[in-house]
Design a protein around this ligand. Structure first.
Ligand code: FCB
Length: 453
């Protein structure tokens, strides 16, 4: 039998969600409209025109959900705050009821012995700010810093772990360049401005959060794939360089004080996406973006094995294994645990963050309840187990990995895919809002208890 795999003593086991994906109550108790409300209410954007209007009804059922977290034995819970629930029009007047919701949630978690990890921005921008240009305009970054101030003042006495943004790359490229996410724009030159303002807002918010929440740790959450060329051809190598630059280095490099990667600046110039150069970068911005953080959060799901396309199109993702559930999740993402060891090593040895959390990792499998009411999601368990082994390997190699947040605590609204994708370790019956622990939740409970495999 293989050796037992035991994690470091203080390793934190958690799960993650995001406000728009679970809360519902989109217009309750004074909440303002978010750009995701607008986007989902516009037919044609989301599979089956699903919306997050009700989602998991977590706004009402949060106590029950904390009970389930406790049952699983979670040590930490990563959730995000809906900006328009707290500041309905993005700046100015605070909606006390919205703030109270998060304050009670934090208290409930602490009572249950679960450490809250708060993400300030997981994509639900107040629509009023989107109407002014969203992240493409600098004033949104200023509004974000005020919002960060409001939240950290209200929760900073109890919350010790903060993330500014979740996946600025997804916001930038999916939201502003290819239009798959809100606000649905398709313009690389606007996207590059949005990326910059997101990063500037992060850098300005870090000291504000620290001031309001003494002894806390602040970081940002970046998504990272294990991007590799499908061959050693110059074209494939270039495809991998380019994709990795766009999705990871464009964000990680500035945060770690290296400025924007020059190879990508050249790419964007060629693309015509920088018609006025980098005119959106103001004096001092790059120093602000590089404000030291306490940790980096990494969201890792899959490998992208890239083959350049003959024309100028996007490269193809190559699938080397048969498309069985063992190798492929229902998102059409490869199950590639070795990539998790790879990205952890790369990020640590290349950027030297003080500490890393895996802030998202998980798999979409739609395995439903069986006749006994169990959810035998064996493929998810396989995915998780192999990724835990991969994490452990990175820790043994010296990576300061401090914790893991499984995506997701429960099935939820998966953005443009609507409710068709199920990432949860808790099954949600959207008709009745009944929650059922899947087999993976029971298995994860054992992992947490043993602190290993
Ligand atoms: C990440 C998002 C998260 C969820 C997972 C599957 O990109 O941060 O909200 O949708 O993907």
């Amino acid at each position: 039998m293989a050796n037992k795999i035991i994690f470091p003593e203080n390793f934190l086991w958690g799960a993650a969600t995001a406000s728009y994906q679970i809360e519902g109550a989109w217009n309750r108790h004074g909440k303002g409209e978010s750009m995701w409300d607008r986007f989902t209410h516009t037919p044609g954007n989301i599979r089956s025109n699903d919306t997050g209007d009700i989602a998991n009804d977590h706004y009402r059922l949060w106590k029950k959900d904390i009970g389930l977290m406790k049952k699983i034995g979670l040590q930490a819970y990563r959730f995000s705050i809906s900006w328009p629930r707290v500041i309905p029009t993005g700046r100015g007047k605070v909606n006390q009821k919205g703030l109270d919701f998060y304050s009670k949630l934090v208290d409930g978690l602490l009572e249950a012995g679960i450490t809250p990890f708060v993400t300030l921005y997981h994509w639900d921008l107040p629509q009023a700010l989107d109407d002014e240009g969203g992240w493409a305009v600098r004033s949104t970054a200023e509004a974000f810093v005020d919002y960060a101030n409001v939240i950290s003042r209200a929760l900073g006495d109890r919350v010790r772990n903060w993330m500014t943004h979740n996946e600025p790359a997804s916001i930038t490229w999916l939201g502003y360049a290819i239009g798959m996410h809100a606000p649905g724009l398709r313009d690389y030159s606007i996207a590059l401005r949005a990326a910059h303002h997101l990063l500037v807002s992060h850098g300005h918010a870090v000291p504000v959060i620290r001031r309001n929440s003494p002894n806390s740790e602040v970081g940002i959450g970046l998504n990272i794939n294990w991007v590799v060329p499908a061959s050693n051809s110059a074209a494939d190598l270039n495809a991998a360089r380019s994709a990795d630059g766009e999705w990871f280095r464009w964000f990680a490099d500035p945060v770690y004080g290296r400025g924007y990667p020059s190879d990508k600046i050249e790419d964007y110039k060629k693309l015509g996406a920088l018609p006025n150069g980098m005119d959106f970068v103001q004096t001092g911005d790059m120093n602000v973006i590089a404000t030291p953080t306490d940790f980096i959060g990494l969201n890792y799901y899959n490998r992208n094995l890239l083959r350049a396309s003959a024309s100028n199109d996007d490269p193809q993702i190559v699938f080397p294994n048969p498309k069985t559930p063992e190798h492929w999740t229902e998102m059409d993402w490869e199950n590639y645990p070795e990539g998790l060891t790879g990205i952890l090593g790369r990020v640590y040895f290349n950027y030297n963050p003080l500490k890393i959390y895996i802030t998202e990792n998980g798999a979409s499998y739609s395995t439903p309840p069986d006749e006994n009411g169990n959810v035998p999601d064996v493929h998810r368990i396989n995915y998780l187990r192999t990724h835990f082994v991969a994490m452990h390997r990175a820790i043994q190699a010296g990576v300061p990995l401090a914790g893991y947040f499984l995506w997701s605590l429960m099935d939820n609204f998966e953005w443009s895919f609507g409710y068709t994708q199920r990432f949860g370790i808790i099954w949600i019956d959207y008709e009745t809002q009944k929650r059922t622990l899947k087999d993976s939740a029971k298995w994860y409970k054992g992992v947490i208890k043993k602190n290993g495999l």
